[in-house]
Write a protein that binds this ligand. Sequence first.
Ligand code: URC
Length: 309
Amino acid sequence: MGKDDLDGFNLEQSHGKERVRVARVWRTKEGFSLLVEWKVAIALFSDCLPAYVNGDNSDIVATDTMKNTVYVKAKECAEQLSAENFAIILAHHFTSYYKQVTAAVVKIVEKPWERVHVINKPHDHGFKLGSERHTTEATVKKSGSIKLVSGIKRLSVLKTTMSGFEGFIRDEYTALPDTRERMLATEVTASWSYSYETLSSIPTDQLYFNERYLEVKGVLMETFFGPPKGGVYSPSVQSTLYHMARAVLNRFPDISAVKLKMPNIHFLPVNISSKENPSIVKFADDVYLPTDEPHGSIEASLSRFWSRM
Ligand SMILES: O=c1[nH]c(=O)c2[nH]c(=O)[nH]c2[nH]1
């Protein structure tokens, strides 16, 4: 936030445009369509105090202009690029084109359009929507310094066994039994900070951050599930979350911090009984009541000692 001293008051302000939706198609020589769909949010930081105090808009970039810029820059991108690179292009544009703008934050959420396969062959121009979303947030300052955070949201994962929870505090409010056998389901929201600090240090490959995104997602899932045969035992969501975060930091040297949010989405054992029939349904790790509320909420950040997240 830009901060200003106003006769003993403190004003913090920014202005921008949110939910700017754009889809961009590139057509290859071989006749393939490439497609992205992005939802863009822009926030600009500038000294535009007169607009707030005196009704003088002469230093304001209209938010409508920001919206148009998304479409102009999308048009200018002649080749497919990652959401991270597009966010950086936009944020850099606003800070370098307008003398008033000192910093820009651009957030993007990418919809997971995946190429369809028809009769086991990738389709030229057909896509279907997946579930999890690739997210990014680029902060660029006039000086060329940058902060880049990427992430994933709505990654729903579940395992039917190899999970338990025992040894927790037991008192007069506790009803939950210890267990070494339960379902584990969560919807992962993760964000990770890259360690690049300047525009000039960003990898030049325009799809680098897409690859990283897929690799990080792979490591998160591998650690959550364990090996295909047998899996890995989870003593708690906390433990699984920590190992997932560690695996990302161990694997990717250019990631300095990871934040994970993993709600514990409960699948309750079904037991139904009556006086006449005490076991209409007797739970044997087979019939569950899926719920979405209430849910446990477990989140943590893990960073290297020198991280800036
Ligand atoms: O993995 C878990 N962590 C908890 O903190 C918790 N609390 C609870 O009731 N069940 C669970 N499970």
